[in-house]
Design a protein around this ligand. Structure first.
Ligand code: PGA
Length: 257
């Protein structure tokens, strides 16, 4: 990473629909890892039902807690939904938006991602906005077009003053949970493209401030080369974030870069 690059490295776990309260407790009690807070940020996005326990156990630590989704309204007749206001009230700081699993199984679109993003930013939470192409789109050589479109629609009408609360996660769908990681060159190429598009949407200067994560089969053995890429500022880690020793190892690796 260049000396001029002042962006932090964000090591973010996405637990998906895993871990109960007891397992959350055991994980957090074992997450006794030292890191330089100026340089590294650690985030765990847990199921809604674990937020209370996770927030309580991280009260006196540098570990941040987030959700994996939310609705775009603050309240109302939306049975089964959780609003950004509710997340804010219990002390969550982050929320993942537009994960490919939500796009695939829950009809999430760039338009709903945008509505959710506006609501999340209004409630002063930080959003991790996910973008990424399918294998077919990569083979058809339209990855960059797809990513540009997801960013332009997903970030529509977002004010520059809110940019500090936006993180982008590049997650090629073909690399999620498959054991297939994008090569560091492939990941860097798309993350650089993302930064250029962010520069067009906001400004070049603002785009330099935004953290861009890579996600898709990130683990302890491959995270270092990924985190060292110029336009990659950490990882959104699924499977490997469920194992506390592996997660700690990734935090230590980020801390040593
Ligand atoms: P994975 O998931 O690390 O298990 O591939 C990443 C994600 O879906 O965020």
């Amino acid at each position: 990473m260049s000396v001029l690059n002042k962006r932090k490295i964000l090591v973010a776990g996405n637990w998906k629909m895993n871990n109960n309260n007891k397992e959350t407790e055991a994980f957090l009690e074992n997450l006794n890892v030292e890191f330089n807070n100026e340089k590294v940020e650690v985030l765990l996005c847990v199921p809604y039902t674990n937020l209370g326990v996770a927030l309580n156990l991280t009260k006196n630590s540098n570990v941040k807690i987030g959700a994996q989704n939310c609705h775009f309204k603050e309240n109302g007749a939306y049975t089964g939904e959780i609003s950004p206001l509710m997340l804010k009230e219990i002390g969550a700081e982050y929320v993942i938006l537009g994960h490919s699993e939500r796009r695939e199984y829950f009809n999430e679109t760039d338009e709903t991602v945008n509505l959710k993003l506006q609501a999340v930013l209004k409630n002063e939470l930080k959003a991790v906005v996910c973008v990424g192409e399918t294998l077919k789109q990569r083979e058809d050589k339209i990855t960059k077009e797809i990513i540009s479109m997801q960013l332009k629609k997903g970030l529509k009408n977002i004010l520059e003053e809110h940019v500090k609360n936006i993180i982008i996660a590049y997650e090629p769908i073909w690399a999620i949970g498959t054991g297939k990681t994008a090569s560091k060159e492939q990941a860097q190429e798309v993350c650089e493209h993302i930064r250029n598009v962010l520069g067009e949407i906001f400004s070049k200067e603002k785009a330099e401030e935004i953290l861009i994560l890579y996600g898709g089969s990130v683990k302890a053995v491959n995270c270092e080369e990924i985190f060292k890429q110029k336009d990659i500022d950490g990882g959104l880690i699924g499977g490997a974030s469920l194992n506390v020793s592996e997660f700690k190892e990734m935090i230590s690796i980020a801390n040593g870069i």
